[in-house]
Design a protein around this ligand. Structure first.
Ligand code: B1M
Length: 210
């Protein structure tokens, strides 16, 4: 099946069509990893590129993100089963912050790389991150913040992990528009991800070097 058509529905923000093509691909036996990597992620990467080049506007990006997450819902169970066993990732957006498009993109990239992803959602208090690490014992904790007023929560969460005595049990990766490599180092995060794909790549490099 030509998965470029599926990518196109994501770029165009065609929510129903994206679900239908995903269902069709899964029904006709296309591997869910392939649907994810060749269809959904390729589509969303094009969206990211177009957004950067001012070829798409925010309402369109939001619609594409909805198309992507609707399609992802259809293959999520299969994706979990077929996961390459990369490990578990907990991810969320910090308290006071409602932005979730980049965070969901990162979640999707990690799912595509075989992680079981537990997505806490937006506006999550610091304790929610710490408690989720205690409960799910993930390999990776992903934290996203899009506001300069909320990015300080990231360091507080890392301190919360230290206070709970579990900082060394999880690799912390942070991302979001105002976040930088210097900031990541300053607050003691393990990895800074300038974009969602780099998040997966840097995590893989990090684990290889460990
Ligand atoms: Co808001 N907003 N917003 N907003 N918003 C920004 C972030 C802002 C830069 C716009 C601006 O003023 N130019 C500005 C922040 C300024 C600052 O703090 N320096 C801003 C503001 C001020 C606000 C409000 C305060 C506006 C108001 O009400 N006065 C308000 C705050 C609400 C709140 O959170 N409490 C607000 C609200 C909103 C909406 C709800 C309307 C909407 C969010 C919808 C949603 O997310 N569901 C919204 C949007 C859409 C934006 C902009 C326009 C776009 C953000 C986005 O989704 N980009 C944004 C301007 C901009 O970024 N140019 C803006 C696309 C997305 C793919 O990129 O999220 O950066 P991004 O993710 C990237 C990387 O950062 C990275 O990967 C992605 C790319 O692959 N990444 C990760 C992100 N998280 C990651 C996690 C990882 C790895 C990578 O691993 C853990």
């Amino acid at each position: 099946m030509d998965l470029s058509k599926l990518s196109e529905t994501i770029v165009k923000g065609q929510i129903d069509e994206a679900r239908e093509l995903t269902e069709e691909a899964a029904r006709s036996g296309v591997d869910v990893q392939e649907i994810m990597n060749q269809g959904l992620i390729v589509g969303m990467e094009t969206v990211g590129q177009k957004w950067k080049n001012d070829e798409m506007f925010m309402p369109e990006v939001i619609r594409s993100a909805k198309a992507m997450s609707g399609a992802l819902d259809i293959i999520r169970d299969e994706l979990d089963k077929s996961g390459s066993g990369a490990g578990t990732m907990v991810i969320g957006t910090v308290a006071g912050d409602l932005h979730d498009i980049g965070k969901n993109l990162a979640a999707m990239m990690f799912e595509g790389a075989g992680y079981k992803v537990i997505n806490l959602g937006i506006d999550q208090p610091n304790e929610a991150f710490v408690n989720a690490v205690k409960e799910h014992k993930p390999k990776v904790l992903g934290i996203s913040a899009l506001l300069t007023t909320t990015m300080a929560r990231m360091g507080e969460i890392i301190n919360g992990l230290k206070e709970a005595g579990i900082r060394d049990e999880v690799t912390v990766i942070i991302g979001g528009a105002p976040v930088t490599d210097d900031f990541a180092q300053e607050i003691g995060a393990d990895i800074y991800a300038p974009n969602a794909r780099a998040g997966v790549e840097r995590a893989e490099e990090f684990f290889k070097a460990k």
